[in-house]
Design a protein around this ligand. Structure first.
Ligand code: DC
Length: 229
């Protein structure tokens, strides 16, 4: 059986990965797999159940149950745990912070690795898979690897707008968000387990000076130029 085309997109928070990749997938009829959502869902499940993020045995239980019951709706980019739609809660600041914490743990990364591969390889045609270690660890054999980035200033502006438009209440200022993103960048790139880094053969895709439509068009051109769509 032939496997779907896989485009691996890594990069820091707020570089535009999720909005750009989701629309490109819709336009190409591909599936979008947002792996950050899986880490966020684990963080939320731990919070819902009052499980401390350093409580290994209970976290392991959550991971086992999650792997059995998670459902990723490719077309709508929705994440369900059992019957519960977690999508509306995934973008909260708390979900992001707890995701970044659990993402440091090898136990969590090991449990989510086969899930990320399974969800991506079940795509009928092609999948864009975004995260931090997709080109380096999850799909080192991806058809294209992209490292998507943007200036810290621009990323903070976008994250604030995203919080506002998603109706997530926040009293954080632009500077607060900039500091939080810089801290997240540090945590994601300095951890021992699968740190965020550009794969040697990844193409750098800097969206600082692009608006969303330009970035979408440019990513589609790139995928088509490689004969993948
Ligand atoms: O992309 P995001 O902001 O939704 O990711 C949430 C956190 O999960 C972020 O701190 C990095 C981590 N993450 C990761 O370590 N590996 C991935 N493949 C995806 C996300």
């Amino acid at each position: 059986m032939t496997r779907p085309r896989i485009v691996a997109v890594d990069g820091p928070a707020g570089s535009g990965k999720s909005s750009i990749c989701a629309t490109v997938c819709k336009d190409l009829g591909w599936s979008y797999v947002n792996t950050g959502a899986l880490y966020r869902a684990i963080g939320l499940l731990a919070m819902d159940r009052d499980v401390s993020l350093v409580d290994g045995p209970h976290l392991k239980k959550i991971l086992d149950e999650f792997s059995e019951t998670v459902r990723w709706e490719h077309e709508k980019a929705k994440l369900y745990v059992g019957m519960d739609d977690f999508t509306p809660r995934l973008n909260s600041v708390e979900a992001g912070n707890s995701a970044s914490f659990v993402a440091k743990m090898p136990m969590v990364r090991d449990a989510l690795m086969p899930l990320q591969r399974k969800l991506s390889l079940s795509a009928p045609r092609g999948a864009i898979v975004d995260g931090r270690d997709i080109g380096t660890v999850i799909f080192p054999d991806a058809d294209i690897k992209i490292f998507m980035t943007a200036s810290l200033e621009q990323r903070a502006r976008r994250r604030l707008k995203q919080l506002e438009t998603s109706g997530t209440s926040t009293d954080l200022s632009h500077d607060d968000i900039m500091r939080a993103i810089a801290l997240r960048d540090d945590q994601d790139s300095q951890r021992d387990s699968a740190p965020m880094r550009k794969a040697d053969d990844a193409i750098v895709f800097d969206t600082s000076d692009m608006d969303i439509d330009q970035a979408i068009a440019s990513l589609k051109d790139l995928i088509r130029s490689k004969g993948l769509a």
